[in-house]
Design a protein around this ligand. Sequence first.
Ligand code: NAP
Ligand code: G4F
Length: 339
Amino acid sequence: MSSKGAAKRPKPKQATQARQPRKTAVITGVTGQDGSYLAELLLDKGYEVIGVVRRTSHDSYERIGHLLDRVHIVAADLLDQHSLTTVIRDAKPDEVYNLAAQSFVPTSWNQPVLTGEFTALGVTRLLEAIRLAHPEARFYQASSSEMFGKAVETPQRETTPFYPRSPYGVAKVYGHWITVNYRESYGMYAVSGILFNHESPRRGLEFVTRKVSDAVARMKLGKANELRLGNLDSGRDWGFAADYVDAMWRMLQQPKPKDYVVGTGKMHTVRDLCAAAFGHVGLDWKKHVQVDSRFVRPAEVDTLLADASRARRELGWAPQVSFEQLVQMMVDADLERLA
Ligand code: NAP
Ligand code: G4F
């Protein structure tokens, strides 16, 4: 029998059922909100997960404490090329998710240069590490709807021009385009996920959703009486973080690398957020919320609203948690924590 004919014979059962080798993923920013949810998702899918942490004098494992026996922690810093290259060279990962960044918009006005180093140039350092040490790895860049800023069209989609309004937004635009550039220059599998705001009980306390849910829980428990906020009119497209890390993973499973907008397609104002959160525990937000100019930004992103139809169509992705469910989940989690 010719070798051609032999190739056509049905394969023995054992061979077709052979287990796929375990995939390896590197996550930068694994100690952050998204990093913790993504690590859970990838572990559930059977990945070996390598979490990159930066060295600090005390650990920041609050969000991943329950995963520490399953995630391999390695030390590296977005500011340090050598440490990033070593991680990629040693791990030879199938997938790299770059979630690390200085991610709080107001801090980017106080520390614009550091924000640029982490959030912009850090992307190039990681891409260089992959290009030099393991170019086969698939790369995900955590881009942001903040890049649309003073939005030139509504809703925003992949083709909407960028108009960033903060040093953070400007840094993310750099991170986005350097990702596109490495894809086009070197043929790397590199994608940019343009994610709209996503929240959870693991959100940092300085972001507005968590600031509100934490304050509402304190007030309900009699531990506080007032909440000071900035611009109540700004509108955001808020979704649940665990839904969004699933979209990140789906982007890296596509036959061709492409960028995607991810959001719910529904917008609410900070005022709506207050009404939903205070209303959930039977309080009237108008009696407790004060506007404080200290929290108003030098340049605001007034409204953001996603058109995620490409992600729905090509990734089969859809949000599972509504705005109301998200707010209630966050308030309930803070009530439980503080009680
Ligand atoms: P996050 O909770 O603030 O987490 C940021 C992570 O980056 C933390 O693990 C932090 O480590 C790490 N990090 C900061 N500087 C670093 C450095 N120099 N070297 C290594 N690690 C460093 O942010 P997130 O909400 O999970 O967001 C994840 C990513 O998505 C970020 O890039 C963010 O800009 C982007 N994004 C977020 C949203 C959103 O709504 N959440 C929307 C669009 C895009 P430490 O624990 O040591 O501080
Ligand atoms: O919760 P925020 O601080 O999120 P922001 O600025 O939209 O950025 C978040 O989402 C981006 C995606 O679009 C990410 F890229 C970024 O990393 C981050 O995760 O503020 C939301 C809105 C703003 O318009 C702000 O002016 O809430 C308004 N706001 C009103 N009072 C406040 C406050 N924001 C904060 N943090 N604190 C306030 O007291």
